[in-house]
Design a protein around this ligand. Structure first.
Ligand SMILES: [Zn+2]
Length: 297
């Protein structure tokens, strides 16, 4: 298939049937052994090929993309993947930065393709970047029952305990960006929710205002926070849990996303990397749910 020139935008075939783009050889791509056809543009004299238009253009380890995506969703750290796949850490990190934005778009598209959500559970999950003195909050919105992830947002939050003067001098006072994070999340998921959606959350004092602002027709149901079960898993609660869909998803995230695991060596160095990692894991999560096929329009 002939393509228009990406350099000067010349049409492959002009309106008076003149052919502008001609075939100019081919090559076997080393990374996946595919034959790639090359073209030459007669208008500007420059070359291009079918590979020029691919998202993976100029990647030398494109055959690892799918595997890295799967490993990231199965409790593998960046360094762990580098060791397993015999890649350098830089390559794996580059893959995370390549796959992350694609997953963010995919999560959005997956939600667009579904029926509007009528019952949504919402809460924050806590983690940190670099050190426990730099905490982050993951605002998560999950459909009740199906555990489908509608969206998430990562925002900075202050330390919850009193810091020693030395630590305060080292880390400074951290701003609370959670309200802004909620605003961004609600603005994004608004499109996938029924206007008369029922939103279920805990009794956090700031939630009603944020929810009223974005969903004036919604019903907001608030439940008292419950005691966690004894296995050190704060997410899963004792007895009947009205927020089970969300808490179960949070517990699954702690298990599947290496950097969220409690009491481990693995920790995010950058907020941006956490966002990408979560997006990749959440796309996998949504695809694995039984509702994935049946609820499509
Ligand atoms: Zn050209």
């Amino acid at each position: 298939m002939r393509r228009d020139c990406p350099h000067c935008n010349a049409k492959a075939k002009t309106s008076d049937d003149r052919i502008q783009v001609i075939r100019d050889g081919s090559f076997w791509r080393k990374s996946d052994g595919r034959l790639i056809i090359k073209f030459k543009c007669r208008a500007c004299g420059k070359h291009f090929s079918h590979a020029t238009f691919a998202k993976e253009y100029r990647q030398k380890k494109r055959h690892k993309n799918e595997r890295i995506k799967n490993l990231l969703g199965e409790r593998c750290s960046i360094r762990g993947i580098a060791r397993i796949e015999r890649l350098s850490r830089t390559t794996v990190l580059r893959k995370l930065k390549f796959l992350g934005p694609i997953a963010l778009v995919e999560l959005q598209e997956m939600n667009h393709a579904r029926k509007p959500i009528t019952r949504l559970q919402f809460d924050d999950q806590e983690t940190a970047e670099q050190s426990k003195y730099k905490p982050l909050a993951i605002s998560l919105a999950v459909e009740e029952g199906s555990r489908w992830i509608a969206g998430f947002e990562v925002s900075e939050m202050p330390v919850k305990w009193k810091m020693s003067p030395r630590k305060r001098a080292l880390y400074g006072n951290r701003k609370d960006m959670r309200a802004e994070g909620r605003r961004l999340l609600f603005a994004r998921i608004k499109l996938f929710l029924d206007p008369k959606v029922t939103i279920i959350s805990d009794q956090h004092p700031h939630y009603p205002k944020s929810i009223r602002e974005h969903f004036p027709l919604a019903t907001h149901v608030r439940h008292k926070s419950r005691r966690p079960i004894d296995h050190g898993q704060d997410e899963l609660k004792q007895g009947f849990d009205p927020m089970f869909s969300l808490n179960h998803t949070c517990a699954k995230n702690r298990d599947r996303v290496a950097r969220l695991t409690r009491k481990s060596w693995c920790l995010s160095k950058k907020k941006e990397h956490l966002v990408y990692h979560l997006a990749i894991a959440f796309v996998r999560h949504n695809k694995s749910l039984p509702c994935n096929e049946s609820q499509r329009k």
